[in-house]
Write a protein that binds this ligand. Structure first.
Ligand code: CA2
Length: 149
């Protein structure tokens, strides 16, 4: 199995330093360390990336799709705006699990729509860093599609 790609969108580099009431105190580096440790116990490698630029995320999704690597994607603010990311997922055939730290459905109205959800295999949200963990569990257990797509 190829490495599991964990792709993070804009402002997630600020995790742990601002807005702890919404996003908690765990930093992105801590999430990365925890995922790497957990994945390695099962012999999986992790490619962990963050960018504030939409094109980087498009490129990384395409790269993952090209090598058949599964993706855990927190597209952050681009979740709610980016047709380009949805196109990259569809066009590259990448297997994507969408994750969010917060329960976006309990927040502002504009966060309730995701351009990613319709092209993702599944969505995990609202569990803080555990959202990433749960997605990793699905991928490491070889979780299959549920037939919805
Ligand atoms: O809950 C999530 O994981 C989000 O993807 C986080 C995004 C937000 O736009 C989505 O609606 C939900 C925001 C990431 C920005 O993270 C910050 C962390 C600390 C301080 C400021 C922003």
């Amino acid at each position: 199995m190829p490495d599991i790609h964990v792709l993070n969108g804009p402002n997630l580099n600020l995790l742990g330093s601002r807005e702890p009431a919404v996003y908690g105190t765990t930093t992105l580096a801590q999430i990365e360390a925890s995922l790497r440790a957990k994945a390695s116990t099962r012999g999986f490698g992790v490619v962990f990336r963050q960018s504030n630029h939409e094109g980087d995320l498009v490129q990384w999704i395409q790269e993952a799709g090209a090598v058949g690597a599964p993706v855990i994607l927190n597209a952050a603010g681009y979740t709610h705006t980016s047709i380009a990311l949805a196109d990259a997922i569809m066009g590259s055939g990448a297997r994507v699990i969408e994750v969010h730290l917060s329960n976006v459905h309990g927040r502002e109205e504009f966060r309730r729509h995701s351009f990613i959800s319709a092209v993702a295999e599944g969505v995990i949200l609202g569990f803080g860093p555990k959202s990433y963990d749960l997605a990793l569990d699905v991928l490491m257990s070889g979780g299959e599609k549920n037939g919805n797509s």
